[in-house]
Design a protein around this ligand. Structure first.
Ligand SMILES: Cc1ncc(COP(=O)(O)O)c(C=O)c1O
Length: 373
């Protein structure tokens, strides 16, 4: 059967038997009225440790909370300056503001779409921040991740890594989530490792930080009704934990199909004004997003053409953080080389999801090639 549409993303491609296994597990949890916490959460955290190599993993309510828990665990508070990339999802910015700290946006590199060491150094020298939130977008990472980590360490800048999009991504052979001092992820259903609802996690090598994250995410509890810290409720649900735990059994093949899709676009769309990008050689991407760039003036017409062929697309993200209306009140500084703004106008994301079929990829490629004929 020939196809006539390809969504930008769909969440409905599961392995055979997955649904039945999940629903069977839900029934069991329901019968035990095990809704929050319990062995299913511990099992998930153990599996996440095993997959990433992180020493400690703490599940929480969502990826935004994970960043806020990490910031709070690192004692980032009112009046502290925190660097973040000008190109990221708004939650990164919100998290800094929500813990009372002052955000400083730092531009990204136009080629790698991530921070580079030179601009990061410039920002540290100029703003003397207490912390920095490095973001690994698109399932990629900065090729200079390790150098940025080292520089932050040597200059007493607490580096927290927002890995909401980078589960499974490696830099210089190392799992990002597993090798960071402290990193976070989101298990929002559309992520490469998505849950059956909202969920997130914090990954760290440091026992004290892990303990603090867990306490903060459970009302600052020291015992059931004594509270050593002011935290909030950011516990992960049992059904979400079960769903994630079962998904982890298939994560390699899900990532593999995504990476194959990205490579397919790269191979079959070469030589066109729409340039498919891959991460740098020392970064092993996870296939979260198919990233392509086009001259900003030509993007609207191509988008219209994709729409006419029922092909979904994304523009992740269509605006720099420092240019958001909500940023005005909070932004205390920025390094703006115009790159995030340019990227926001030039980027175009093609359909990419686990188990996208060869027919679907062919349909997209054929349409785009014809468009540029
Ligand atoms: C880079 C980045 N940071 C943070 C988040 C927030 O995660 P959540 O939606 O789970 O709160 C996301 C989710 O889209 C994200 O992409």
């Amino acid at each position: 059967m020939s196809i006539s549409n390809v969504p930008f993303i769909t969440l409905n491609r599961f392995e055979e038997g997955f649904k039945e296994k999940f629903l069977g597990g839900v029934e069991e949890l329901f019968n035990k009225t095990q809704f929050v916490g319990g062995p299913v959460v511990a099992e998930l955290e153990d599996k996440l440790k095993e997959k990433t190599g992180a020493k400690y993993v703490v599940g929480c309510a969502n990826g935004t909370d994970a960043i806020q828990l990490a910031l709070r665990a690192c004692d980032i508070e009112r009046g502290d300056k925190v660097l973040l990339p000008d190109m990221t999802f708004w939650a990164t910015f919100e998290s800094v503001v929500n813990v009372g700290a002052d955000p400083v946006t730092v531009d990204v590199n136009r080629d790698t779409l991530h921070w580079d060491l030179a601009t990061f150094k410039q920002a540290v020298e100029e703003f003397k921040p207490k912390a920095a939130l490095m973001v690994h977008l698109y399932g990629w990472a900065s090729p200079e991740t390790m150098a940025i980590r080292k520089y932050a360490d040597e200059n007493n800048v607490m580096l927290i890594e927002d890995g909401a999009q980078c589960f499974g991504t490696k830099v210089d052979g190392e799992s990002i989530l597993g090798s960071a001092k402290i990193a976070t992820t989101s298990f929002y259903p559309a992520k490469v490792l998505g849950a059956s609802g909202d969920a997130g996690a914090v990954f760290t090598q440091n026992e004290e930080l892990a303990h603090k994250v867990r306490v903060l995410g459970n009302h600052g509890r020291t015992t059931h009704y004594t509270h050593g810290l002011v935290g909030w409720n950011s516990r992960i649900g049992a059904y979400e934990s079960l769903f994630l735990s079962l998904s982890l059994d298939h994560i390699e093949s899900r990532l593999d199909s995504r990476i194959k899709a990205v490579n397919y676009y790269k191979e079959h769309l070469s030589g066109l004004p729409l340039e498919v990008q891959l991460s740098e050689d020392n970064v092993k991407e996870n296939g979260y997003c198919a990233v392509a760039m086009i001259d900003p003036g030509s993007r609207p017409a191509l988008i219209e053409s994709l729409k006419s062929a029922n092909i979904g697309h994304g523009t992740i993200y269509p605006g720099a953080m420092s240019l958001q209306e909500g940023a005005d009140k909070y932004l205390v500084g920025k390094i703006d080389n115009g790159n995030a703004d340019y990227i926001s106008k030039a980027i175009l994301n093609l359909p990419c999801f686990a188990y996208i079929t060869e027919e679907e990829l062919e349909y997209v490629v054929k349409h785009v090639r014809n468009y540029f004929k």
